[in-house]
Design a protein around this ligand. Structure first.
Ligand code: NAD
Length: 391
């Protein structure tokens, strides 16, 4: 069939296998070697965004064997797979060509069952892992102990938040009001995006004896600037990320027995399936990208994770951590000149000038590329069979 993008709000319900594969190969080519790399890596949330970039940098920059976990849907005769499923296939195919172990387990990472499967797979195929990347972004979590399904609500806290927003599809800049979360919504968001599940993973990996001496673990956070604080850092998601910091501290204590390290890394804002769903963020991204591209320091997921691994996670010299022991990779985004310019343009951006003041084209392109569309060199007029075999 001919596969076209079918966009519904902040999701695209189709994905292009050749486009997804080309995008994965492009990232593989840009992964660069780094010092003293990990040999065996587990990435939870491996099929897209920062998790996929972490897997690519580990595997193709560092030469590591990688085990991935994601929640992706396989294709059917008349329905494409999710983009992450094609990304996983492309990753596994390229890894096989280079003789790298690469296995992906699709299923619910929050469940005890998935944790047991992963431990068993590490025991039988890898022995132990020396890096565990926790890069989940999920709308809901069924708690493995209580069975309760928690649904995250991306909302401000306290007061309604009146703010400019962007419809990236129509290019309309409009004013909107976001109502604050109640306590139950805040607790649910912390249950989904907070640190408890990362701790449960560490418990399972420790109990299974599959963490190598001096193993590292890293989870990702976003802090952002005052423009996004009301909806992010000071909102429900921020509460979840505060809980991730709490979990990092608890995990650090646990890992001290094996000389291990646990970090939260604060990363740059990028277009991913997860970030596209956050109100206000598309307008912020469009302004930020324009300014960072003009300044010559814009990074996508792959470039950013390359820098994380090279200059921080596997830096041969000691690195500066912030007062919460976080690795700060958001320094370029949060630099004063960049943020001053974002604030200045935020005041003047409107529907009539958004295409020039902000990088509307850039975020539209990035969004389509997440699903394998709009990739240079891919012929979208060629019939493709969406159904493919994975090993
Ligand atoms: P993403 O949407 O690109 O990827 C999410 C991953 O989680 C996918 O692999 C998906 O399959 C997997 N997943 C979701 N639910 C799952 C489940 N129940 N079981 C197994 N796998 C599941 O997300 P992303 O934007 O790369 O976010 C990853 C992390 O990076 C998050 O912690 C996020 O807060 C953080 N982060 C993102 C940004 C950004 O701008 N996107 C910035 C800073 C930090």
């Amino acid at each position: 069939m001919i596969i076209r993008p079918r966009i519904r709000g902040f999701i695209c319900t189709t994905a292009h296998p050749s486009g997804c594969a080309a995008r994965v190969r492009d990232q593989i080519e840009r992964a660069t070697p780094f010092n003293n790399p990990p040999r065996k890596v587990l990435v939870v949330g491996a099929s897209g965004g920062y998790g996929l970039a972490s897997r690519i940098v580990s595997g193709f920059g560092g030469g590591a064997a990688t085990l991935g976990v994601s929640f992706e849907k396989a294709p059917k005769a008349n329905k494409t797979a999710t983009a992450g499923w094609y990304n996983n296939l492309a990753f596994e195919t390229e890894a096989q060509k280079r003789g790298l172990y690469a296995k992906t387990l699709d299923g619910d990472a929050f469940s005890d069952d998935m944790k047991s499967q992963v431990v068993a797979e590490i025991q039988s195929s890898l022995g132990q892992i020396d890096l565990f990347v926790y890069s989940l972004a999920a709308p809901l979590r069924q708690h493995p102990r209580t069975g309760i399904v928690h649904r995250s609500a991306i909302k401000p806290l306290g007061e309604p938040f009146h703010v400019k927003s962007l419809n990236k599809d129509t290019g309309e800049v409009f004013d909107t009001t976001l109502d604050p979360a109640n306590d139950a919504e805040t607790e649910a968001t912390v249950a989904v995006m907070g640190g408890e599940d990362w701790e449960f993973w560490i418990d399972s990996l420790m109990e299974g004896g599959v963490l190598a001496p001096e193993a590292k673990t890293v989870a990702y956070t976003y802090i952002g600037s005052k423009l996004t604080w009301p909806i992010y850092w000071q909102g429900t998601l921020g509460q979840a990320k505060v809980d991730l910091d709490r979990a990092a501290s608890a995990i650090r204590k646990r890992l001290s027995d094996i000389g291990g390290q646990a970090h939260v890394a604060a990363l740059k804002a990028v277009v991913t399936q997860a970030s596209a769903a956050i109100p206000v963020v598309p307008l912020y991204l469009a302004l930020l990208f324009k300014i960072m591209k003009e300044a010559g320091n814009h990074e996508d997921c792959l470039a950013h994770i390359n820098r994380l691994f090279q200059t921080a996670l596997y830096s041969p010299t000691s690195i500066d951590l912030d007062d919460q022991d976080r690795i700060r990779m958001d320094d370029w985004e949060l630099s004063q000149p960049v943020q001053d310019e974002v604030v200045r343009r935020w005041e003047l951006v409107e529907t009539a000038n958004v295409a020039t003041v902000a990088d509307l084209e850039g975020i539209r392109k990035d969004f389509l590329e997440l699903f394998g569309f709009g990739i240079d060199g891919v012929d979208y007029e060629v019939e493709v069979n969406p159904v493919m075999e994975r090993g």
